[in-house]
Design a protein around this ligand. Structure first.
Ligand code: NAP
Length: 232
């Protein structure tokens, strides 16, 4: 890789993450993109072929604590300008706290809230001091203030991510980093469904704009893909 800015996108083989990788490349950044199964991540492999030396595809399974710590250790010595921890799941189809098992709750909370913070914390020393931006893909559904009911398990997992991200920011002050907790819009992906109003390209362009523009702001904000603040 080169002296171009370096972005890390976690959960990048499809949906919003893949769109964000394409957008970072279009903006002149090199990208480290993670997938659970890199060899099966054909869209990412095609991007790596089309942009020689600019895309590194790495394996990362967010339900594997040791794998998260090992990946972060591999990033020591790299200087990451932008990090977007984007991987996430919708949770069980019944969506109900009353129906949820301990196993379902654990898997959802771990992947959507605990693992992103564990990874973000482990990467802090690899993020460019003073200018680096760490982002977590959350959701407006994680807003307690705007909660109108429904999807209660998924909402709780993103609310937990929001709370944990604020706690992480408190630990980060010495490094002058910026932390964004991001809502990508309601996006036409496997998770968002075909009726969602926002395309992957629109969301990704907005998400990357927001990440690039946040450089040096050294604050923690909950914002959407258009840069609009969301009530916590
Ligand atoms: N789409 C929306 O309308 C919307 C709205 C608000 C927030 N979000 C959030 O945006 C993010 C991306 O959503 P999306 O719509 O692009 O969803 P998606 O199309 O379902 O893609 C989810 C991504 O997360 C990865 N992932 C899931 N579980 C993982 C695990 N255990 N370890 C590593 N990677 C894992 C998936 O990898 P695999 O291909 O291997 O499964 C995939 O790359 C999520 O955090 C989601 O909660 C989406």
């Amino acid at each position: 890789m080169t002296d171009r800015p370096l972005a890390l996108v976690v959960g990048a083989n499809r949906g919003i993450g893949l769109g964000v990788v394409k957008e970072f490349l279009a903006r002149g950044c090199d990208v480290i993109a993670t997938a659970r199964a890199p060899h099966a991540a054909t869209a990412l492999q095609a991007l790596a072929t089309a942009h020689p030396g600019r895309v590194e595809v790495r394996a990362l399974e967010m339900s594997d604590s040791a794998g998260i710590d090992g990946f972060a250790a591999e990033m020591a010595g790299r200087t990451l300008d932008f990090v977007l921890v984007n991987a996430g799941v919708a949770g069980p189809a019944h969506r109900s706290a009353n129906a949820a098992t301990i196993e379902e709750t654990g898997a959802l909370m771990f992947v959507n809230a605990i693992a992103p913070i564990r990874l973000g914390r482990a990467l802090l020393n690899a993020i460019r001091k003073d200018k680096g931006v760490l982002g977590f893909t959350s959701s407006v559904m994680g807003s307690v203030a705007l909660n109108a009911g429904g999807h209660e398990l998924y909402r709780a997992s993103k609310a937990a991510l929001n709370s944990l991200s604020r706690g992480l920011f408190a630990e980060m002050r010495g490094r002058n980093l910026t932390l964004l907790t991001l809502h990508p819009g309601w996006v036409r992906t496997d998770m968002g469904g075909s009726g969602a109003p926002v395309s992957v390209d629109e969301s990704a362009e907005g998400m990357v704009n927001v990440l690039l523009n946040a450089t040096g702001s050294r604050r923690h904000a909950f914002v959407d893909y258009q840069g609009k603040e969301i009530a916590w």
